[in-house]
Design a binder for this molecule. Sequence first.
Ligand code: SAM
Length: 243
Amino acid sequence: MHEEPRLPAPEKNAGEAAAFYDRVAWAYDRHFAYPRRITELQTAWLLRLCRRGPLLDLGCGTGRMLEPLAEAGFTPFGLDCSKKMLARARQAHPEADLVRAEAGRGIPFASAAFETVICLHAVLIHITDPEERRGLALEVQRVLRPGGVFVLELPHPRSFPPLTTPDAWRVFRPGILCRQVGPNLEELRLTEMGDLTSRVAVIDVPELKTLLAGFAKAHLHPGFSGGLFDPEKGVAMVVCAYK
Ligand SMILES: C[S@@+](CC[C@H](N)C(=O)[O-])C[C@H]1O[C@@H](n2cnc3c(N)ncnc32)[C@H](O)[C@@H]1O
């Protein structure tokens, strides 16, 4: 089922997310992973929305979704760029089919291989090159079967605190600061992880619409608990895009 990536490999931002998560991996499950109840909520959502069958978890991290998805009747595959996050996933789920790749540079699976592709918990913001984000959207379309679903979760653009003084660090979440370093580009700083930093993209609704233009239809939700999406405020954006 694995195939060579189709896209050329751009030089920009190469390996930045991988290096960052390699350094975070040892503490990820304890300090940064979603709690079990969110995993259950997301699994129930996917069960309602998606056909059972092969499912690709893009940016699977330490693999929190693999077991619940398998128990729910999906056949999960995982992809991540961080060697150390994947090592943890492999240790916890030795049976899982996992592959290391940079998702924005091509998805190393055959066309129409999956009923579902998921990309949960802010994976996409780590792809700071807009060309690579476009590449990812095209590749997701390629690996989905007709009628297949892409479920993408990322921070609401307004969840980044408003700018006060340019360049000033603001509190993004407890233990995480952010500062603007370019248009739609923030730097995150993990204060309890030796001030480790990483650049992330702020992805807005117009960009999402462009990214998903090739899908037959797409719906935007404020999270996995229902309710109406508000472009002006919110914590998360959840997109369900149908091929
Ligand atoms: C916040 S974690 C989320 C992990 C998992 N999706 C979850 O919901 O728990 C982000 C993950 O995305 C991965 N990642 C970031 N950029 C990536 C890329 N370009 N290609 C593949 N994985 C990437 C990181 O290595 C990390 O494991």
